[in-house]
Design a protein around this ligand. Structure first.
Ligand SMILES: Nc1ncnc2c1ncn2[C@@H]1O[C@H](COP(=O)(O)OP(=O)(O)OP(=O)(O)O)[C@@H](O)[C@H]1O
Length: 240
């Protein structure tokens, strides 16, 4: 379970996240939906310990990210919204580096690297530098790195953007399998359709606050009953 308790974050006077509460249960694909600038990435950066939390606390499977950052970071894998990291490494060097950090054995890493990179169609590019990869290929190598060490909790910031339809389908299947194993898949998106297709549960964020949390049926009902949510719905569908 992931728990965010009354978290806030400001940037030079502007409050990006406001007293936000969220509980993400095990065994679910959980969508974090909101328009551009809603506060999704800022929240995710606090969940992953990249940004310090101004107020409030976050626990990942009971481990506080501020008090026990190393333990917490072993529990999750994170795909950032921008995948332009370690550009000077070759794809295979990056994956071996991640496998070393998370102490994945030689046999397991070979099998997983082969499986993941073949599934995402980047196996042939493993000896090239990440600098030469397209946005989608960079996304795929980062996703492969996360899945390589098999973390219980997946935290994915706009994971499907930039993926071709086949890889997008592959990743969605992997997300479903992970949730079916009782684990957490938490991902952000500004595309309502993705949430409708994929999620068991959703939280809708706007102007740094959670506007709604529930399952798909409840979400549709709320969209009909609530004028503010209906306006937000129109904003979200405009992006599709
Ligand atoms: N480093 C920063 N410095 C100043 N303001 C920031 C910073 N990061 C985010 N913000 C502001 O905080 C607000 C929330 O941004 P955030 O990136 O969390 O939104 P988002 O929901 O992830 O949007 P998108 O879908 O466009 O990625 C925005 O108004 C943004 O301009």
């Amino acid at each position: 379970m992931i728990e965010l308790k009354s978290i806030s974050k400001s940037f030079t006077g502007k409050q990006a996240v406001k007293n936000l509460n969220l509980t993400v249960p095990d065994g679910k694909i959980f969508g974090f939906l909101g328009p551009n600038g809603a506060g999704k990435s800022t929240t995710i950066k606090m969940m992953t310990g990249i940004l310090p939390i101004d107020e409030g606390s976050i626990t990942i499977n009971g481990v506080d990210i501020t008090d026990y950052p190393m333990e917490a970071k072993h529990l999750f894998g994170y795909v950032p919204d921008r995948s332009d990291i370690f550009l000077r490494l070759k794809g295979i060097e990056y994956l071996n580096f991640i496998a070393d950090v998370f102490q994945v054995s030689k046999e397991v890493r070979k099998e997983k690297i082969d499986y993941l990179t073949k599934s995402f169609g980047i196996y042939e590019a493993l000896d090239d530098h990440i600098q030469t990869y397209s946005h989608g290929m960079r996304q795929k190598i980062v996703v492969s790195g996360v899945l390589l060490h098999d973390p219980d909790v997946w935290i994915l910031d706009e994971p499907l953007s930039g993926l071709d339809p086949k890889s997008s389908h592959t990743l969605k299947e992997m997300m479903r399998e992970h949730a079916e194993r009782g684990k957490i898949v938490f991902f952000s998106t500004h595309v309502l359709e993705v949430v409708e297709q994929l999620c068991d549960e959703v939280a809708i964020i706007n102007h740094g606050r959670v506007q709604f949390q529930g399952n798909m049926t409840e979400m549709k009902q709320q969209f009909q009953d609530d004028d503010n949510l209906e306006r937000l719905f129109l904003e979200l569908t405009e992006n599709e």
